[in-house]
Design a protein around this ligand. Structure first.
Ligand SMILES: NC(=O)c1ccc[n+]([C@@H]2O[C@H](COP(=O)([O-])OP(=O)(O)OC[C@H]3O[C@@H](n4cnc5c(N)ncnc54)[C@H](OP(=O)(O)O)[C@@H]3O)[C@@H](O)[C@H]2O)c1
Length: 311
């Protein structure tokens, strides 16, 4: 199939593009960088230098590629996320709202029949069941800057799955680890854990669902090729509270054991939003993606995955 990937040079895209090529697809990638375009051509992809927020240029680039499927992996994230910075997600929110609309318009104009877009699996409202399926409500009322990010992914999902004449799939990826992510050995979370600036707050009961980047990419290949339109959690088999996974991750990094701090200390160090999420975040179930996309993560859980990817 002919696939157009927006965001093919980011953390997920770098894993995804080689897997799409390996599966025999013709892949075109939009990047803003001439150098990254050359890198993509060297591995066998077509590359077009294009800012996705320039709708005219995007429409002409996508028209030339004439894709059957469009993949949206656009983000604009800083090297480290500080939840006290209220504008930290603004650029990514714009890509998930305006960027999604522009991609959809270009996809429809170029005759594409399917779009697969990135969402997140850690935006569920922190009420009720600890592990959420795709029908559970999102935490739209979360405090800023997280609330704005949740509302932007909700808008992305509505746009992608609610546009007539094109099949829309939204993939809610879990917390990413592996090369190019915050959890990689050179990533900002690893640095914070080594410095003991990333610890367990209160009872450490907030639940994380992880996914290794190559597994996020293989789920995306599956969603390009098959599966009913709709929303899928793309996470591993073992959602876990931070008090369980953080000591294992610290050990793999060779870092000191994580510090435990009270909620009051946590608020002083990281702000009230981080304390709230650290205590209440819900995990996600991968049952639907396994069943309907016929997909399995190669790293079935973070215990195995950290050991091969974090150190
Ligand atoms: N959950 C995680 O752990 C996670 C996930 C992702 C990223 N990160 C971290 O965030 C930082 C940046 O991540 P990243 O390397 O994935 O890059 P990024 O800056 O978030 O960009 C992601 C992708 O979006 C594309 N993009 C963004 N704006 C665009 C636009 N206007 N037009 C066309 N393409 C656009 C980029 O392409 P071009 O730049 O080639 O144009 C790139 O392919 C890194 O420090 C990384 O560790 C962490």
């Amino acid at each position: 199939m002919r696939i157009f990937v927006a965001g093919g040079t980011g953390a997920i895209g770098r894993a995804l593009v080689p897997q799409l090529l390996q599966a025999g697809h013709d892949v075109s990638v939009a990047t803003r960088s001439e150098a990254r375009a050359d890198d993509l051509r060297r591995i066998g992809a077509d590359a077009v230098v294009c800012d996705v927020l320039d709708g005219t240029r995007l429409r002409s680039a996508m028209g030339a590629a004439a894709p059957e499927v469009v993949v949206h992996e656009l983000t604009s994230l800083p090297g480290a996320i500080d939840m006290r910075d209220l504008s930290v997600f603004d650029a990514t929110n714009e890509l998930r709202t305006t960027g999604t609309q522009l991609l959809l318009a270009a996809a429809l104009a170029s005759g594409a029949s399917r779009i697969v877009a990135q969402s997140i699996a850690f935006a569920y409202e922190p009420m009720g069941d600890p592990i959420k399926g795709e029908d559970a409500p999102l935490y739209l009322s979360a405090a800023q800057p997280f609330g704005g990010a949740v509302r932007a992914v909700a808008e992305l999902e509505r746009t992608v799955t609610g546009t007539p004449d094109i099949e829309g799939v939204a993939l809610r990826y879990g917390w990413l680890y592996g090369p190019g992510t915050y959890f990689a050995s050179d990533g900002s979370t690893a640095a914070a854990v080594r410095n003991q600036h990333y610890g367990i707050i209160g009872e450490g009961s907030g639940i994380y669902s992880f996914i290794q980047v190559d597994d996020a990419a293989s789920a995306t290949v599956a969603a390009v090729e098959r599966g009913a339109p709709g929303i899928y959690n793309v996470v591993d088999d073992e959602p876990a509270p931070i008090r369980d996974w953080l000591p294992v991750y610290a050990e793999v990094l060779g870092a000191p054991p994580p510090v435990w701090v009270s909620e009051v200390q946590g608020e002083e160090l990281a702000g009230p939003l981080v304390v709230e999420l650290a205590g209440s975040m819900r995990g996600a179930s991968n049952e639907k993606a396994k069943r309907d996309l016929a997909w399995r993560p190669r790293h079935a859980n973070w215990r195995q995955g950290f050991a091969t990817c974090a150190g």
